[in-house]
Design a protein around this ligand. Structure first.
Ligand SMILES: NC(=O)c1ccc[n+]([C@@H]2O[C@H](COP(=O)([O-])OP(=O)(O)OC[C@H]3O[C@@H](n4cnc5c(N)ncnc54)[C@H](OP(=O)(O)O)[C@@H]3O)[C@@H](O)[C@H]2O)c1
Length: 294
């Protein structure tokens, strides 16, 4: 059975993939920077004796080089927008030299939607391109997962205004659509690909957008589950930019969030095709995270 190596293993997506792989009895190695945190987070999974840990970060080439030996599959998720392509290129080349046959890349819907016009789509586009080039030169397969907006973003961006003002702010009209996905569904897709035969997924790109809602509908779902009125409020881009900067968001991200112009496709069928079940909905996600939003 081919061994799987998971980067950024303590994050939402990777952790879900790790739990699934261990549940399937697949030998898995997690690459983490804090071993204690990982041992606590994967306490159950460590009992299986199928889970190994390698300690290192994106800069620790030697730890990665040593750890990746003996693995055939690599899940590459890099949570660093500035250095994404550089890190993915470095880790992919080391992995392919060590005998890895399949790399599964965590990319972003912005590659298709925004055509390198902002920091997020630039990072993920350059990351994908670096990986394609590495696989072209060294052999192996590259599968790319491009998820839409994470439902968990509500806990980063909107939680304070939901709790303090019963409002969600943005620059788009309330009728603008966005697609949402639960990061656990992305982890489910990743673990399915990593445990299927490599020949099945070849060099495919999977767009995983599961639920399309307008900004008003998103606020309505929050209202329904939280049991109080939450309104979506459109604000001028300059005002939104200034608010984000006041909250210490770096310029490049604040600028991108002021320019985000949603043109989303209908929801894609990937979750159901790959996992055989319906995706998790935003309403379910808000139910589960209700206490954090109250
Ligand atoms: N938010 C969205 O709507 C959206 C949409 C599409 C794509 N994406 C992409 O999704 C990815 C984030 O996934 P996620 O939400 O699962 O991540 P997450 O939950 O935020 O977790 C980030 C992970 O990266 C690890 N990490 C951060 N810096 C590191 C470093 N220097 N060295 C080693 N590990 C490091 C963290 O480790 P610790 O636990 O030690 O901190 C953690 O395991 C990003 O690439 C993002 O661009 C996001």
């Amino acid at each position: 059975m081919s061994k799987v190596f998971i980067t950024s293993a303590t994050g939402n997506i990777s952790a879900q993939a790790v739990k699934n792989l261990i549940a399937k009895g697949i030998p898995t190695t997690i690459y983490v920077r804090d071993e204690q945190k990982a041992r606590k987070q994967f306490e159950e999974e460590f009992k299986s004796n199928n889970l190994s840990v390698v300690v290192g970060d994106y800069d620790n080439e030697e730890a990665f080089k040593k750890g990746i030996q003996g693995h055939e599959r690599l899940f590459l998720l890099v949570a660093d927008l500035i250095r994404m392509a550089e890190i993915k290129d470095k880790f992919a080349r080391i992995a392919l030299d060590a005998g890895v046959k399949q790399i599964v890349d965590l990319s972003s819907f912005t590659v298709k939607q925004f055509n390198s016009s902002g920091i997020i789509s630039q990072a993920h586009t350059d990351g994908e391109n670096a990986l394609r080039q590495a696989v072209k030169e060294k052999g192996g397969n590259l599968v790319v997962i491009r998820p839409g907006n994470f439902m968990t973003n509500a806990l980063m961006s909107d939680v304070h205004t939901i709790k303090g003002m019963n409002k969600v702010f943005g620059v788009q009209p309330a009728t603008s659509k966005l697609t949402l996905i639960d990061p656990r569904d992305i982890g489910d897709v990743a673990s399915t690909i990593l445990s299927d035969p490599i020949e099945k997924h070849l060099n495919l790109v999977y767009d995983v957008n599961v639920q399309t809602v307008t900004l008003k509908e998103r606020a309505d779902i929050l209202s329904k589950v939280l049991g109080r009125q939450i309104d979506y409020v459109q604000v001028p881009p300059v005002q939104h930019y200034q608010t984000l900067i006041q909250h210490k968001l770096p310029h490049a991200l604040a600028y991108e969030f002021c320019k985000f112009n949603f043109h989303f496709d209908d929801p894609n069928p990937e979750i159901e095709i790959l996992t055989g079940r319906k995706p998790r909905t935003f309403e379910e996600w808000v139910q589960e995270n209700r206490s954090a939003l109250e």
